[in-house]
Design a protein around this ligand. Structure first.
Ligand SMILES: Cc1cc2nc3c(=O)[nH]c(=O)nc-3n(C[C@H](O)[C@H](O)[C@H](O)COP(=O)(O)OP(=O)(O)OC[C@H]3O[C@@H](n4cnc5c(N)ncnc54)[C@H](O)[C@@H]3O)c2cc1C
Length: 453
């Protein structure tokens, strides 16, 4: 096993996985650089101050901490004084609207439909072999008598969770058993006051800033046997820079791997390439809006969330009231904020035409609140699907994804010189989550520290 001082690691990506790996390596005295394509750290954690007032902080990427009492992310930010709020739609603070025939769904009907949705999602936990894809399974479950609202709820919520269209998602995507990870029990689900930027601040606070290279998009990773010597791994960036090391940790998202944005020499093993090909890349986008007044609230201090069934029917979006977490810190003033979240094909269209997405969200609000509606003060739209450094949001299992695929994606290759981390490589934690990314980054760093080479 080589001495720690002989090791030198190039980490591609400064998101949660890359930052956690860097912390672990730095603490062990192993030299590490972070090579990051964007001009900021955080990756798919991105909190924006929508109207620039320091009172409208909205997460355009990761936003919820599930089961926070046992979640690493909460315990990372809690000592620094970050507050959390249980901003989750519940039966008592969600109202449902049907754009055909332009009226509110009765409260009893809405509560019943949401209860039924919970029960149906619970039924999806049982693995089956009967269906070609999740959409077929859901359609069979709904039967011919389910109403527009029931269909909308089940398809929208499942697409929001995975990001993939139900017609391209594995029938057991929500089942216990087939995949090598556990889902959160979701006994609690909280948002961070002031946003997930606190997580990035905590993860990057102790890192040597001179070892972080922003605006360096990696285009090639070379690790030929003839490079054997002090630094057998060479990482090249689009702006002509070269980084060398004994190991590289690749933390780029599944969308970037699928797009072959980084050329690996020698190529990645065929079985890893097959796994990447079999996984789906989901799309989720957010339209954030700030207002002078919370015209949608029935009581000034009670957050209200909305589901609106569009006409023509398509799983489109839910609208979440995030005012309670928009302040800079617990107790600080916050501006009224709403976030419309959409998934799958609608999210792709949102990233391609952000302006249209804002207009359509505002039209929905105007339709719901013809008397009290006010235009927004400021807006922001995420474009993860069109961003070269994410190319989608997170992975979902397609009908071709196999049990074991996520473990395989996380395995190292090229003589254990090229390691993988990130939220799709997290067999022992939770897929598609910041906590999973943190755990996977630490695992890759430990493998290098403990000398798997
Ligand atoms: C809309 C949305 C909502 C979400 N909601 C939640 C939630 O509520 N709770 C939760 O826990 N998780 C949520 N997630 C998922 C969570 O954000 C991710 O799982 C987590 O942030 C992934 O961290 P990572 O380090 O694996 O990847 P990333 O954060 O994507 O980091 C990878 C880094 O690699 C960089 N990169 C990419 N290509 C290159 C290249 N060629 N060269 C150099 N650098 C490159 C990227 O810029 C990025 O900084 C959400 C994500 C999105 C997009």
């Amino acid at each position: 096993m080589a001495d720690e001082r002989d090791k030198s690691v190039v980490i591609i990506g400064g998101g949660a996985a890359g930052l956690s790996a860097a912390n672990q390596l730095q603490q062990a005295g192993v030299d590490a650089v972070i090579v990051e394509g964007r001009s900021r750290l955080g990756g798919r954690i991105h909190t924006v101050d929508v109207d620039g007032s320091d009172a409208a902080w909205v997460d355009m990427g990761a936003a919820w901490i599930d089961d926070h009492k046992t979640n690493r992310v909460y315990h990372l930010i809690e000592p620094a004084g970050a507050g959390v709020e249980p901003t989750v739609p519940k039966l008592t603070n969600v109202r449902a609207y049907d754009e055909r025939p332009s009226r509110w769904v009765g409260r009893v009907r809405a509560v019943l439909a949401m209860g039924k949705m919970g029960w149906r999602i619970h039924r999806l936990k049982k693995p089956t072999t009967k269906f070609a894809h999740l959409g077929e399974r859901i359609d069979t479950m709904l039967g011919t008598k389910a109403g527009r609202f029931d269909e909308y709820l089940l398809k929208s919520v499942t697409e929001l969770l995975d990001g993939g269209p139900v017609s391209e998602t594995h029938q057991n995507a929500f089942s216990d058993g087939p995949w090598e990870y556990l889902r959160y029990k979701e006994k609690t689900s909280v948002m961070v006051v002031g946003g997930f930027r606190h997580v990035v601040d905590e993860l990057s606070a102790s890192l040597d800033q001179d070892r972080i290279f922003l605006d360096h998009g990696v285009v090639a990773v070379k690790c030929w046997p003839q490079f054997e010597g002090s630094y057998p791994v060479v990482v090249e960036t689009a702006n002509g820079a070269t980084f060398v090391g004994t190991h590289v940790i690749v933390t780029v998202p599944i969308g970037v791997l699928k797009a072959n944005a980084i050329a690996f020499e020698p190529p990645l093993p065929a079985e890893k390439q097959d796994v990447i090909e079999r996984m789906g890349v989901g799309n989720v986008e957010k339209v954030a809006l700030t207002f002078a007044a919370p015209f949608w609230r029935e009581k000034p201090n009670k957050a209200m969330h909305f589901v609106s069934v569009p006409d023509p029917f398509e799983p489109r979006s839910v609208i979440i009231d995030v005012t309670d977490t928009a302040g800079a810190a617990p107790g600080a003033a916050a501006n009224p904020c709403l976030v419309a979240i959409c998934a799958a094909d609608v999210a792709k269209a949102t990233a391609d035409r952000p302006h249209d997405a804002v207009e359509s969200t505002l039209a929905t609000l105007q339709q719901m609140f013809p008397d009290s509606y006010q235009p927004p003060v400021a807006t922001a739209v995420s474009t993860w699907s069109a961003d070269p450094f994410s190319q989608g949001v997170y992975s979902y299992p397609t009908p071709r994804t196999r049990p074991g695929d996520y473990t395989l994606l996380g395995e190292s290759c090229h003589d254990s010189r090229v390691l993988f981390a990130g939220d799709s490589c997290t067999a022992e934690a939770y897929l598609s989550s910041v906590e999973g990314a943190i755990v996977s980054g630490e695992r890759a760093a430990k493998a290098i520290i403990e000398g798997v080479d």
